[in-house]
Design a protein around this ligand. Structure first.
Ligand code: XMP
Length: 192
């Protein structure tokens, strides 16, 4: 894999996996696929986008979608307090989208184990959406249960930890314009 050539300061050894050009090209074709499946008139579509990892993908995708649309934002948080018992993830409607009776497209950065999307898809269905489909920029095939799927997928990738284009490590690297791989040694405390 080529080393990251972006002049932006990168403290960890991030290796480019999907370039800025590849992302831009794929988003245009993904938007065309999505646009062909939704009404362009009436209420168009309602997007429910999962913060914060999807922000860059969302921004580029919606600017390639020609139809009428509304955007709602949600966060999914895990409780991280003093308790040692893990708490189930919780969904917060950050910007309330009225999804009842609407054709909803959930937008997320990555389908990994599927825990996040399972929660969001169920919440949107429970809120009375007419239809619920999902797009993700990235998918790690075979990791999520068969019941959690995405209808429109940008790229299938190996089971590696990725950063950039909205995805972070410890809050960093969301602004990288490409998808990069952060090798395990870089996440365990410093470059080698
Ligand atoms: P799952 O599908 O496991 O994904 O519920 C939950 C969220 O975890 C984040 N995630 C990642 N973030 N590199 C990242 O920077 C990764 O390889 C990665 N895998 C999962 C992401 O925010 C996703 O929505």
């Amino acid at each position: 894999m080529p080393a990251a050539t972006n002049p932006m300061r990168v403290d960890h050894a991030v290796e480019v996996l999907i370039s800025q050009t590849q992302i831009a090209t794929r988003i245009r074709s993904l938007a065309a696929e999505i646009a062909s499946q939704y009404p362009h008139a009436g209420d168009g579509m309602t997007i429910v986008s999962v913060l914060a990892g999807s922000i860059i993908f969302l921004g580029d995708l919606v600017r390639s979608l020609p139809m009428r649309l509304r955007i709602g934002l949600v966060t999914v948080s895990s409780y991280a307090g003093a308790a040692t018992t893990p708490m189930p993830p919780k969904l917060t409607w950050s910007s309330l989208a009225n999804v009842a009776g609407r054709d909803v497209l959930i937008v997320d950065d990555i389908l990994d184990t599927g825990g996040t999307l399972r929660l969001v898809q169920a919440a949107v269905r429970d809120a009375g959406a007419r239809s619920v489909r999902t797009t993700v920029l990235l998918r790690k095939p075979g990791k999520a249960p068969a019941s959690v799927t995405a209808d429109f997928v940008g790229f299938d990738i190996d089971d590696v930890f990725v950063v950039g284009y909205g995805l972070d490590y410890d809050g960093l690297y969301r602004n990288l314009p490409y998808i990069g791989v952060l090798p395990p040694r870089e996440r365990e405390g410093g470059a080698t």
